[in-house]
Ligand binder design. Sequence first.
Ligand SMILES: Nc1ncnc2c1ncn2[C@@H]1O[C@H](COP(=O)(O)OP(=O)(O)OP(=O)(O)O)[C@@H](O)[C@H]1O
Length: 972
Amino acid sequence: MEVMAETERARRLLHRVTAGIPENPVTHVADLPAREARHTEWPSWADPRVVDALRSGGVERPWAHQTEAASLAFAGRHVVVSTGTASGKSLCYQLPVLSTLAADDKACALYLSPTKALGADQLRSVSALDIPGVRAASYDGDTPMAERDWVRAHARWVFTNPDMLHRGILAAHSRWARLFRKLSYVVIDECHSYRGVFGSHVALLLRRLQRVARHYGSSPVFILASATTAEPGEFACRLVGADCVPVVEDASPRGARTVALWEPPLMEDHRGEHGAPVRRSAGAEASRILAELVIEGARTLAFVRSRRGAELTALGARRLLSEVDGELPRQVAAYRAGFLPEERRALERALLSGELKGVATTNALELGVDIAGLDAVVLAGYPGTLASFWQQAGRAGRSGDDALVVFVARDDPLDTYLVHHPEAVLERPVEAAVLDPSNPYVLAPQLACAAAELPLTTGELETFGGAAAREVLDRLVADRLLRRRPSGWYWTSRDRPHYEVDIRGSGGEQIAVVEADTSRLLGTVDPGSACTTVHPGAVYLHQGSSYVVDELDLEAGIALVHAEDPEWTTSAREVADIAVLNTQERLDYGGVTVCLGEVAVTSQVVGYLRRRPSGEVLDQVALDLPAQTLETRAVWYTISPELLEARRAPEVAGPPQIAGAPEPGGPSGGSEAGGTREGASFQKARRAGKLSGPSAIAEAREATGAWEAGGPREGTNSQDSRGAGEAVEPSAIAEASEISPPAEIADARETSLPREDTNSQQPHGTGELPGPSAIAEAREATSARETPAARQVSAARKASGGRRATSARVASGVPEAPSEGAGTWEVGGAPGGAGLDPARIPGALHAAEHAAIGLLPLFATCDRWDIGGVSTALHADTGEATVFVHDGHPGGAGFADRGFAAVVPWLAATREAIISCECPAGCPSCVQSPKCGNGNDPLDKAGAVAVLETVLGAVSRHSARHDHGVAQAAAN
Ligand SMILES: Nc1ncnc2c1ncn2[C@@H]1O[C@H](COP(=O)(O)OP(=O)(O)OP(=O)(O)O)[C@@H](O)[C@H]1O
């Protein structure tokens, strides 16, 4: 009751945005209580000049977690502070670093951020404190050449990023000897964004950094700042390779929040692929919600997944507002990437002053902006991780007032699942970031760089992964890249390997996207995804402008495009084959096996679809492009023919809400391989003689400063070094900085913004919550429908840590508990088999594969576009029907391992996602995939449920026989 009173205003706002909608789209509402601040006095060790400066900046006293983290660091302990949005994490490192730098005029520090924009913001706030003798400066792609010498010679606190640390600092460490000799602290801001392949590279980069520092006689303390994540201590330890003390008790104050989950309605007049029903786009819903909130005078940020989507959302809101009051549209803006810092400040001020009421933005505003205490935040689409979800949601309600957070689901399985399983959003601990520094594809180039920096000694191998590192070194020696001498491993060439190593994990030599008329380099795409994203005829979006590809020359590494904005988007059609190279783990469940291992995925783009933004398919165009092979890691399950065909037990004869399956047909087996890529691996690059000197693109990127920021797929921001800095997470970059055509395709649905029932023309005031809104007036007031209490979720389960499974686990035969406390999953297995006719099997497996890919991001910190899948009714290597889900990066990024570790909750969630979708035969919310290589055909929705229930049933029966209930395993 108390919480309800605290959130009265937010509830009223919610009531306004839902008022008059015939079918209430809100699936769940939760009130999150306010939190009081806990202060301490300034620690006695803090330098009085620093304290005075912070005081005059408005911080009267530190919050308890700030004092704790800062004191640990000052005492020489590595520390990771993992607290909520706007909880003052900057002060946690500013206090010890500035106190040390003020007291010792030789001491130095490094600050690393994943984006240039964030680094620039943090540098500005440190410079504003103006501590005598502390010369803080940035060293990134934007730093003019003339200034770089000054930074090397004089700066005491260098603000940089992993890319520049790799190429600009470690590659030439002797020029930085002054800094390394007295390097006291290394600050790693927003460290949760170092995940996947990029995270694995950064982990090894930090080991290289420590090694070089040791060489010059220093041993810096690491201070890591992270959004709230599960197991920050373990993650930080994996990232820096040393124990880190976690500080997690957030003592900053926070206003109460009401969180609403929202599922857009189905559109009556639009149909998708194979006539599937489609929902109103999340962007269109966000426009309407934004407009309503602006009318109510609520300061609102709407996070949209693509730049184009953000612009269209703002446009849509403005259009709706113009129907109400000609003055209102100017209170809404889109946040475009590429803003200058001053423009960001102006935007912050305008939002804070109320001059602007609504801003639609990409995740560019997730980090590095001091905007908090807003009245409402709308999330149009799940941002990929819970860490991002809460980071974005955290922009609302800090100032002591209550605030509203609305999460609008996109039309895909994961979002749909989340709005129907509120506990998976509200009660799940934020996921731990996944990274795997032992990936040989990451280790090889990193060890080459390390050896080029300083000869590697046997004693140092442990830091780089021990036996795994040794194996990789032997290969590098055999390939004559390194030479083994008694004193260690030496780099053999005069050229540094650094320029050939892409730490963002984009997979090798980039393909340049060039505008043919002007010869302007628009950006780059990674070679593995070039065939799917810049094939001839592909629509390529760059910074809000649209181009069409005329020619793709893979040999020359170039795609030629011309400016054109057609009425359609394109999506590649691909056929894929998968070979098992090595089965590392295998769990047998009587007719069902679950495996983890290495695979080779061979894929070939055979054509593309042209689609209207509504989803309507115009036609399919054939292409003749070469096949590509990706060696990576996969999780797969097999089902025996007996189990697939055996009749199902009558009491569990399949969920009644799913209508009969469509007629089977089409090719046997499907694939969702569009997100995968085969990088020109380090080895290939070497064989091709490409490990010497920077490539043309590398040079172009360095010249434009794009190294600091490009996404894993396309450094399309090469032309705009400012904009380039605004992405957040390696894979989120591709989505949110609007540079990944795949994401654009996925987002294309959001661009339709059908004009809907904003039927009132009456003007309306902008005062605080005045009566029913103009837009809503015509609607009948309906109250939010709340689902029954969320299922009990055991709090903060012990996570698996995402490491490769051990043989001990194989012996026990029990899949590991859900790694992220993902809920008490109902296994729901059917005794007996799937009861499928042989002709239905391909479609059933294909649909089960798509949905599983959609749901894996719930368990592995990845994005649908980071993984792929292949399913087949009979696989040559397994001899049975098999569904594979594989990592999209050479050598893997840890996602398949995570799927294996959480196979029961993952497949149970997949089954639930399909069952809870109300469509008759498959739609984007359940089994259709935006990047299916086979045009979402064949797909058998009911068959997929039967397959999943058979797998889960076999696992459950097996576990019961061995007295290892899966439910029990899940609860541990
Ligand atoms: N002890 C304090 N008392 C009052 N205000 C504070 C205190 N510490 C920090 N702040 C203010 O809180 C705001 C947010 O701080 P900061 O940007 O460091 O948070 P953060 O946790 O890094 O945010 P983000 O989640 O955006 O990374 C700033 O305006 C800062 O001045």
